[in-house]
Design a protein around this ligand. Structure first.
Ligand SMILES: Cc1cc2nc3c(=O)[nH]c(=O)nc-3n(C[C@H](O)[C@H](O)[C@H](O)COP(=O)(O)OP(=O)(O)OC[C@H]3O[C@@H](n4cnc5c(N)ncnc54)[C@H](O)[C@@H]3O)c2cc1C
Length: 484
């Protein structure tokens, strides 16, 4: 029986009192699971923590697939060029080189693990070749996460703590959770992004950037928080994503009269603004071979739509956050003993806009790299068993401070959504939640429009900002840096 089938009825194992660990991994999405498996295979004793159930993560929801060169007619250099183009002059070239070189091996490992990838490769916007590995059309995240989870749960060196909320980091020592303090000399954060802060989002409610704020609170550099990808085709009034793969397979965006109004395969930010500018936008799925996306079509029908006979209303929603904790190409943050990988990390890979399906590839490639670097870290082995004593969490980091109410989420959508300007960003700088203030400060510092950041008061790219990243260090004013 697969993990997925077991989840609803039986739940999953969790360690009540985990054994001493060499490494803590916070987050059980694709980045965290990959890191935990890699480290355990290196001989480390690992504890992996997830604040929610293991089947709730952005990774589980991922639809379209994983970008990796797998066809002899394709070439990593083409994947590199496509990524650089989507990133609008701001990708860190060394990070892109690593991704395109290593992603094919990571996908091959998943195949060997039994992930049932479809026989063909899909095309998505911004890719010049078919290179997206997918499962059952749009079930990719679920299938990959299930395969990784199965291995993690069976691994004798990995303890899994489900529904355990990390509240504060103690770099070099461990973390404070709602179940007490856990100790290990190294911690990898794989806590995902912050797209659920916006009122319209495709992300699970828990994607609010907690790990990012916690890392900042202990001195880690953050960067590029203003760069947010808004997905153009989310079913109106819901969070149901209609994958870009559908447009790759021929779906059209049409207005109320059935007329096309944009290039469906243009970069996401362009398509999202074209959709967001209209009161009515519909995705016409009739040209698509619907059998290829059977479960997605089933979900649409269950929601009352008839994709085989009439177009589905769509609007944009916050989908992927480029910004996060600054790391080098081995997941090292600026704080010793603290690593980060996946959507919570910022290597500079995505530049100003993520190329479709590069993020699962990022989780696999950089999740593994962070684990290898953490295992090679000469820091002493864990000497202390977990304590159940509670340490006082600084008031600025309490759950209440991190929570956003509906009003805050609307404000973020209005003032730091698809289109921003200085006045709206100034309003957000007074927000109660620290990450909202940091997003606003970053967005105000990028006085141009580039990729996932569009400012009506600075509507064009400023060439002086080519290759520049907006870096936040503590409470100081953001600085612009170039990374090689
Ligand atoms: C609907 C949807 C479709 C997508 N489709 C694709 C796609 O086709 N291809 C692609 O490449 N990308 C896609 N993406 C993006 C991609 O899924 C994510 O970027 C990626 O899965 C992020 O993985 P992650 O491991 O970094 O974090 P996540 O998968 O978000 O996992 C975060 C983990 O951290 C845990 N956590 C967070 N905070 C705490 C805390 N304080 N204490 C303890 N645990 C914590 C959570 O419980 C969770 O386990 C999609 C995203 C969405 C939402």
């Amino acid at each position: 029986m697969s993990i997925i089938e077991r989840l609803p009825d039986e739940g999953l194992d969790r360690a009540d009192v985990p054994p001493p660990a060499d490494l803590l991994v916070v987050g059980a999405g694709v980045a965290g699971l990959t890191a935990a498996l890699t480290a355990a295979d290196q001989g480390a004793r690992v504890t992996i923590l997830s604040k929610g159930p293991l089947d709730i993560s952005a990774s589980f929801l991922a639809q379209g697939g994983v970008a990796a060169v797998q066809d002899p007619a394709d070439d990593p250099m083409l994947h590199l060029q496509d990524t650089l183009e989507a990133g609008r002059g701001t990708c860190r070239p060394s990070a892109v080189e690593v991704l395109v070189a290593e992603a094919p091996d990571r996908v091959a490992e998943l195949r060997a693990m039994g992930v049932p990838f479809d026989a063909d490769l899909a095309l998505e916007g911004g890719h010049s070749r078919r290179r997206i590995a997918h499962v059952a059309g749009a079930e990719t995240g679920r299938a990959i996460t299930a395969a990784l989870l199965e291995r993690v749960l069976a691994h004798p060196a990995i303890a899994v703590m489900e529904r355990t909320h990390v509240e504060h980091l103690l770099p070099g020592i461990g973390v404070i959770t709602d179940r007490g303090e856990l100790r290990a000399p190294r911690t990898i954060l794989a806590t995902g992004g912050y797209a659920a802060l916006w009122s319209r989002t495709t992300n699970p409610a828990g994607s609010v950037g907690e790990g990012i704020v916690q890392a900042w609170a202990v001195g880690a550099d953050l960067a590029d928080l203003e760069l947010v990808q808004f997905h153009p085709t989310v079913v109106a009034e819901s969070s149901m994503l209609l994958s870009e793969a559908l447009r790759g397979e021929g779906a059209w965006l049409v207005d109320e009269d059935g007329a096309r109004f944009t290039d469906e395969l243009a970069p996401r930010d362009v398509v999202a603004r074209a959709v967001g500018a209209r009161s009515t936008a519909l995705l016409d799925l009739r040209p698509v071979d619907q059998d290829r996306f059977r479960s997605l079509m089933g979900r649409l029908e269950a929601a009352g739509y008839h994709p085989a006979s009439e177009p589905v209303p769509v609007s944009p929603a916050a989908h992927f956050t480029v910004g996060g904790i600054v790391t080098d190409l081995h997941g090292r943050t600026t704080v010793p003993g603290l690593y980060a990988a996946g959507e919570c990390a910022t290597t500079g890979l995505h530049g100003a806009n993520r190329l479709a399906s590069n993020s699962l590839a990022e989780c696999l490639v950089f999740g593994r790299r962070a684990a290898l670097a953490a295992c090679a870290d000469p820091r002493s082995e864990a000497t202390t068993t977990p304590s159940t004593a509670r340490t006082v969490v600084p008031a600025s980091m309490s759950d209440t401070d991190l929570a956003l109410d509906a009003h805050d989420r609307e404000a973020l959508w209005r003032d730091a959504g698809l289109i921003r300007d200085a006045d709206g960003l100034a309003r957000l700088m007074g927000a109660r939640q620290p990450l909202v203030r940091l997003i606003a400060r970053s967005a105000a510092a990028r006085t141009e429009s580039r990729g996932g950041h569009y400012r009506s008061d600075h509507p064009t790219i400023d060439p002086a900002l080519d290759g520049r990243h907006v870096v936040i260090r503590g409470e100081a004013a953001p600085v612009l840096e170039t990374w090689s």
